[in-house]
Design a protein around this ligand. Sequence first.
Ligand code: GSH
Length: 217
Amino acid sequence: MTPTITAFENSPDRGRELARDMRVRWAFEEVGQRYDVRLVSFREMKQAAHRALNPFGQIPTYEEGDLALFETGAIVFHIAEHHPGLLPDDADARARAIMWMFAALNTVEPPIVERGQARFAEGDKPWYEERLPILDDRIRHRLNDLSRRLGDAAWLDGAFSAGDLMMVTVLRRLEGSGLVEEYPNLAAYVARGEARPAYRRAFEAQFAVFAAASGER
Ligand SMILES: N[C@@H](CCC(=O)N[C@@H](CS)C(=O)NCC(=O)O)C(=O)O
């Protein structure tokens, strides 16, 4: 059965690969699983039919037969568990790849989300300019440690895994901030992720939705 995910009908990021359906699309592309996409408007996302899939009224969601999932961590993990290619066979390496998925979502993403939300909700407030360096330093705190751990390695723990997929998409949310560029090994890590053919295919599919909605190419 072909799974169906939801995505923004008109993404506020203007097709810059930041909407979180990108993670799920990328995972599907890495494992070679076809998928369908149902586009939803902001209004639809907040209505009962969508909230039955995701009580928080967000995208993406995942449906396959009787199974409905929300949270990109859960969705990517589900895809990785059911297809070869995103989690190592060795039990310990597999546990570490899963650990990196959690690290991306629980330890690295929160300060990045806080920065984005501050710009959205407080960008026009007098304190915003003063607050921004504090938020940036919180992110640097995480990036310092991540950069040190990654060192010269291509990926976080041996071969590319769902942990890298999640970490790259989390770091991409810093696009335009200049923060990742302060760490050449992290910038190269993100670029390596973006250069993967599966990433490119996922991006093209996601961008096509934005281009069709906006008339851009
Ligand atoms: N923790 C959730 C976050 C989902 C999320 O924030 N989705 C955004 C799009 S990238 C959204 O739906 N935003 C609209 C809203 O929250 O109203 C996940 O990883 O799936």
